[in-house]
Design a protein around this ligand. Sequence first.
Ligand code: GDP
Ligand code: MN
Length: 389
Amino acid sequence: MNIHEYQAKELLKSYGVPVPPGEVVYSVRGAARVAEELGGNRWVVKAQIHAGGRGKAGGVKMANTPAKVSEAADLMIGTTLVTAQTGPEGQLVQRVLVERASRIDREFYLSLIIDRVSQKVVIIASAEGGVDIEEVAAASPEKVHKEYVDPGVGLLDFQCRKIATTIGLANRAAPFTRLLKRIYRLFRDKDCQLLEINPFIVTEDGDLMAIDCKMSFDDNSLFRQGGIAELRDFDEEDPKEVEATGHGLNYIALDGSVGCIVNGAGLAMATMDAIVHHNGRPANFLDVGGGASPEKIANAFRIVLKDPNVKVILVNIFAGINRCDWIATGVVQATRDQEINVPVIVRLAGTNVEAGRKILDESGLALIQAEDLDDAAAKAVASLEGANA
Ligand code: GDP
Ligand code: MN
C-alpha cells in the first residue's frame, strides 16, 4: 500500500525527522490561506498523487506570493498529471501540498528497502539526489552506495557514519546518524517495504531535511498497522483491484486481452506463462482462492469484464479442495446472469471433473472446453486471432 507525500512527511515528523512546514489542501482558496498562515515569501505547491516524477511534469511549482500559490494550485487541482511514473493515462490531482519553500544547498538521495536476496534492509544513498536519480543509477552506478542492515542487529552508528562519508556529509555525520536511525526505526515500526527520500537536503543554513518522501507498506502487515491502513487512498488505486479485494479475490490488472480466472496464485502465474507462450497477453492476474463459491466466480467474471481490453476469458481451475461441479455451477450461473460478449474457455481438472464437464456441456451455453492448460491457452489465443481476422 502506498501513501501520499504529505502523509509520509507527517510520519517522518512524528519520528523527529525535519520536514518543511506545510499543509495539504483540496481547493484553490485553501492554498492561498495556507500560504498566508505559513508566512515567509516563497512557497512550493506540490500535486499529491501516488507517483514521482512530478517536478518534470509540472506537478511541483514555486510561488513568491499567495496569489501565485493559488494560481499554481488552480493549474493542478482537477487536472490529470502525466509523469514518467503514472503511465500514459496519468493520475487525477485532487489535493496539493503547500509548503514554505526550502533554500537548498545540496540534494541527496536516500532510501530504505527490503532486499530479498540478503534478507536485510538495504540503505541506498547517493550524493547525486534530485530529479535525475534514475539516470545517475543507470549511467554511473558507482555513485549509488548501498549499506546492508541486519534486522536482528539493527542499524549501527558506524554504518551511518560510513554512509555520511560516502555521500560527502562527513562534517554532518552526527546529526545525519541521528536522523538515519529515526528513519530506520520508522521503517521497522511501520512495516515499510520502501521509504524513499529524494531529495534529502542540506539547507543553506546547514540543516538536514526531507523535501520529498515516498513510502509503501507491506499489505500483509496492515492488520497490525491501524494508523497506516487508514491512510489508504482508494482514488489512487485501480477500482477493479479495490472491488476484488472486497470480494476476497486477488486481482491485478495487466495490459493484455486474455482475461484470466484461476484458482491458486501459482496456477494463475502458470496460466499467464502459457498464454504468453502461445503469443497472447494476459489482461489480468486473478486468483479466486481455495473454496471458490458460485458467487465468487460470478464476481470474478464481473470484475474481469470491466476491463474493455478483455477479448476472451480463460477459466482455469484445478480442484483439490474445491470440486469441479461447484465451479462449473458457478461458471454457468455467472455466464447466464451476465451479458458476456467474448468467448469463454474453461479448463477443469481434479475432483469431480466429469461431473463438472457434464454441467458445462448440458448448460447449452457457448462455453469452449479445454483438455489441459496448454490446450486452454492455445484455444484462448486462437479465439483472439479469430476475432481479429
Ligand atoms: P518529484 O519530482 O515528484 O520527485 O518531486 P520532488 O518533491 O522531489 O520535487 C522535485 C524537485 O523540486 C526537487 O528535487 C527540488 O529540486 C525541487 N524542490 C522541491 N521543493 C523545493 C523547495 O522547497 N525549494 C527548492 N529550492 N526546490 C524545491
Ligand atoms: Mn522527489
